[in-house]
Design a protein around this ligand. Structure first.
Ligand SMILES: [Zn+2]
Length: 396
């Protein structure tokens, strides 16, 4: 048994990356922020809002209770790395001052991405401004979020972030065919403006099973405030199939959020019919469908037009991510896996990358010890996953 863990980690830290999935915000939203804003707007804040910085006892309880959670572990590791201050009940006030000082420089958030994360390109998806490059087109390559087209069965119904499909249309829509044609024009225009992918995160609102391809069934929902739930689902099914077809025609990879969300039929295998119906579409499935990762193994095995994005998995469960990466490499190949940090707070980006570096180095080291690969092949695999596969997939 040899231990090449440290050597692999050194190699990983020497390469520049393409993050295949992010939600980075506009410059102005980071201006002058402190530790409280950062924590409340990170994944840590999704789990539990932080106590008052002056309340050491509450902080002690907070850290003891949530210290095992992967979001906490890696964000706090990143904070210590960036600001040189460990997260402890007696240091949070000092850390807050350090964060505020750093963010008094408007370039700080971009420096964390370019230097700490070593990103050359970021496939970014920014709501409620789908397709926005945040004014930094050299770094951010937008993925156009298409969720508005699912809620557009009514003209005055926005997607949950407040964006209206009709804002992209050129005329009134009177039929589903007309709706789909205008959707196609809107997507083609986004591609011409620089979008390199399409994104669907509809698992937060409905199951990701898309069975209806009949326009007549979808017609019942269009412009009909009395439409039943099943009419709306039928409408969304048709929209999804058309998006998949447009993705094939434009060559844009179609990113689909899988796994969490509304947790009812949001496991990846529900996509099998859609994927098989569109063999020329590049399906870029996000998060391995965690916690239903076995489903993604099935899709990697069954369909050559599936890529698996490992974004978020090391941040959700570092342990599960090691198993995931190893099994996905074994059932698929080295060219269909990518990684992105999937964050909007840059400290989370740094934490997510540190988690992935550890997962990748330990997985590849285990494969060397198992006799599956040697060190130079391990380096090849790491660079494929962190950079080359995304460059090819998104034609960067
Ligand atoms: Zn995301």
């Amino acid at each position: 048994m040899t231990d090449r863990y440290a050597d692999i980690l050194d190699y990983i830290r020497s390469i520049r990356l393409v993050s295949s999935h992010n939600h980075h915000l506009n410059d102005g939203l980071y201006e002058g922020i402190g530790l409280r804003f950062l924590l409340e707007n990170s994944y840590v804040g999704w789990v539990k809002m932080p106590p008052d910085f002056e309340d050491a006892e509450a902080w002690d309880g907070y850290l003891k209770r949530y210290g095992t959670n992967s979001f906490f572990r890696w964000l706090f590791t990143a904070l210590e790395k960036i600001y040189g201050i460990p997260v402890r009940p007696d240091t949070v006030a000092e850390l807050d001052r350090a964060v505020r000082r750093a963010y008094s420089d408007p370039e700080h958030h971009l420096r964390l991405l370019r230097e700490d994360c070593r990103y050359d390109a970021v496939i970014n998806e920014r709501q409620p401004h789908p397709g926005d490059d945040l004014g930094h087109p050299e770094l951010f390559r937008p993925s156009f979020r298409c969720d508005c087209f699912f809620s557009g069965w009514l003209a005055d119904k926005p997607e949950p972030n407040g964006f209206f499909a009709r804002s992209l249309f050129e005329r009134e829509v009177l039929s589903v065919r007309d709706y789909l044609d205008q959707m196609r024009s809107a997507i083609e225009k986004k591609k011409a403006e620089g979008c390199v992918a399409l994104k669907v995160a509809i698992a937060y609102e409905r199951p990701i099973v898309f069975e209806n391809t009949d326009l007549a069934a979808a017609e019942k929902a269009l412009n009909n405030p009395q439409a039943s739930e099943s009419d709306v689902i039928a409408f969304g099914d048709v929209v999804m199939h058309e998006i998949a077809e447009i993705a094939a025609d434009t060559g844009l990879p179609l990113q689909i959020h899988t796994g969490t969300g509304q947790y009812e039929k949001t496991n990846p295998i529900g996509l099998l019919g859609l994927i098989k119906a569109h063999p020329n579409t590049k399906f870029h499935l996000l998060h391995g469908g965690f916690p239903w990762v076995d489903d993604t193994y099935a899709l990697l095995l069954a369909t050559p037009n599936v890529w698996s994005d490992t974004c978020w998995i090391p941040y959700l469960s570092t342990h599960a991510a090691r198993d995931y990466l190893l099994t996905a490499l074994e059932v698929a190949d080295t060219h269909r896996l990518t990684w992105g940090c999937d964050t909007w707070m840059p400290e989370d980006s740094v934490g997510a990358l540190m988690a992935m570096e550890q997962v990748l180095a330990s997985t590849l080291n285990g494969m060397i010890n198992d006799g599956a690969i040697d060190f130079s092949y391990a380096c090849y695999i790491a660079k494929r996953i962190l950079s080359d596969n995304a460059k090819e997939l998104f034609a960067l």
